[in-house]
Design a binder for this molecule. Sequence first.
Ligand code: ZN
Length: 702
Amino acid sequence: MRSRWSDDEAAGFVSRHGPGHGEALALRTYTSRLLGAEPELVLHGGGNTSVKGEVEDLFGERREAIFVKASGHDLADIAPEGHVAVDLAALRRLRELPDLPDVAMVRELRARLHDPDSPTPSIETPVHAFVPARYVDHTHADAILALTNQRGGEARVREALGEEVAVLPYVHAGFRLALEVARALDERPDATAMVWLRHGLLTWGESARESYERTIELVTRAEAYLAGHARVRAAAATTPPEEARRHLVRVAPVLRGLLAEETGDPDRPRRPGVLRAITTPEALAFVDAPGARERAVSPPLTADHLIRTKALPAWAEGLDFDDDGRLREQLAAVLDAYAADYRGYLERNAARLPEGVEPFDARPRVVMIPGVGVVCAGDDARAAGIARDITAHTLAAKAKIAALGASYQGLDEAQLFAMEYRVQQVAKLGRSSPPALAGRIALVTGAAGAIGSAICEGLLAAGAHVAATDLPGPRLDALVGEQRTRHGERARGVALDVTEPASVAAGLAEAVAAWGGLDLVVINAGLAHVASLEELDLGRYAEIERVNTHGTLHLLREAAPLLRRQGIGGDVVLVSTKNVFAPGARFGAYSATKAAAHQLARIASLELAEHDVRVNMVSPDAVFAHGERRSGLWAEVGPDRMRARGLDEQGLEAYYRDRNLLKARVEARHVANAVLFFATRQTPTTGATLPVDGGLPDSTPR
Ligand code: ZN
C-alpha cells in the first residue's frame, strides 16, 4: 500500500483549518482522510483516530483533552468537527476501574465532553486515551485481517510483521479492550504498533505523519507476506459475467419478494428492501469454486461488519434459472433453512440478549449464489451498498487466506452474538420512521420533461429509488445529475425508448440489476401534435401512436411478468390527460392515442388485480413547465392555441387557469402528488382516474 502523504496537502489542511482548530487537529483531519481514502483500510464509517491536545475553559485555564472521532462520522470525509474533545485526565483515571459496561461507558464519555452538544465519541475512545502517544490510528485493514483470521493467526502475524508489533487476542471492543491494550503496552513499552486478532490494527506516533506511515508500512508488509506465501492457485470463474448478469435479473426479483418483510397492513402487505449484487469475476471465482460453500458460509472479518451483513451469509446453489416456479421453491427453501438456523442461534444465545432488546429478523443480508455472485440486501441502496462493499472485501481476504493454504477462522458464535446485539450497535441501527416509499423501486418514463421530472422529484423525496428513463442525451443527463446531488444512489438514469420493446425490457432489467426489482412504473412519456383530422399526416399520427399507445402497451407487457415474479404486488400509474374525456379540436392524434393508452391501463387493472398490482391514471389539464423544464407537449400545442385564441403565453396560462372551477394553475408538482397518492396506496383503488385540473365538469371521468 502506497503512502498518500503529501507535504503540500498537509500544509493546505494546516492553512485551512489551523487558524480555527489548531495545527494538530488540522493534521489529524488530513491523515484521517488519507486512511479513509483507502477502502482496504476502513469501510463506511469504520476505524477511528485521535489526537491529544488541550482545550481552554471559561476561566481561560487550559486542560488536557483528547480529540476522538465521533460516531456518525466517516474518516473518508471527516472535518475538524468530526473529532470531539473529551477530558483526557478523567479518561486516564478510568484505568482504575475493573470494568465498565457499554452503557455506563457511553454515559461517562458524554459527561466528559468539552462541549455537551458534541456527538458521542467512538466506543474505542478509552483505547485512544490509554495509549500515551499523541496520535493514534485504528483501522480494520484487510491485509492484517487476512493474517489474523486463520488458524494459527497469531504466529502468522509475528512472522509477517515482526516482534516489534504487540499482538492481542480477540477482546470485545469497549472498555475491556482498552484495559487489555493498556496492560499490553505496560508489558511491551517497546512495541511500535498493535494487532488485535480478528479486529484490526492500532498504530501511534508523536506526529500525524508518523502514526499514519506506520499503518501504511505494516499493511504493506502484510500484503507482501500474503503475496509471497500464496501457494494455492485460485480456480477461475466458471460463469462468464454476462451470463451471471442474466441469472441475476432472473433471481433478484424472486429473492427480493421472498425477503420482503411482512407488515400486517392489508394495503401494503410487504415492505421490500433493495438488493445490490457483486458479479465481478473475483466474486464469481469465489462462489463457483469447488468447496466454496464452506469458505463462504463463515463469520465476517471483524465484528463491526456483522451488523450490516449478519453473522453468516445464506448459500443458494443449484438454482434453476430458467424455471420461475422451481426457482421460487428453491430460494424459499434456502431462506427457510436460514431462518431456522438463525432462530436456533437466538435460542442458544438467549441468555446473552441484552435486556429490552428485541431479536432481529431471521432473514439473511448476504446471499451467495454460484452462477450469479453475491446478492446483498438492505433497507435502501445505501445500506445494501455497505453490505456489498463489506462483502467484497471479505471475499478478497478469504481468498487470500485460501491461497496461503490456511483455513479461515472468524469469531466464535458467542462473540458474534454478543457483538450483534450490543446495545450501542442496536441503537446505531435504530430505525427512525422511514419515509413512505423507503425501499421501493420506481421507473418513470419521459423523466426529463416537465411532468416527468416533477414525478421523479416527488418519488425521491418520498424515499423511493427512481430509475429516471428517457431518450439518451443531455436532458436526461442533466436531470439525473441534479437528482444524484440531492438523493445520491437512489437516483439513476436509464436510457429507454418506449417505442422499442427490447429497449423497454432492457431498461427494466437495468433497474432490476441495480436494485433487485421494481414496485412502481409511471408511464409518462408522451407526444402531441396539432392538426385537424383532414390535415393530419398519417405518418405523423403513427409516430404519436408509437409513443403514446404502443409505448404504454410495451411498458405494461414488460412490467407485468416482472411484478408477478417478484410476487409482492406493485403499482402502475399512467399519466393520462383530461383530453381522454374532453378532447379538443385539432388535437385528434394526441387525444385518440392517449384514449387508447388510458383504455389499455384500465384493462391492465382488470388483468393484474389478482397479483395485487394496481393500475391507476392521473389526468392533468395543461401543465406548462416545471421550474426551468418546459413542457415538450406545450411547446408543440401552445403556439397553435395562442394563435387560435389570440393570446400571448401569459394570456394562455391565464385562460387555462380561469376555465377551471377552482381557478387553479395546474402545476407539475400537483401531478406528482397524484402519482404519490396512488403509489402510497392511501385507498384500495385500481382502474381509477384522478383528475388534476382544478375542476373541469366536462372532463370529470364517469
Ligand atoms: Zn475497530
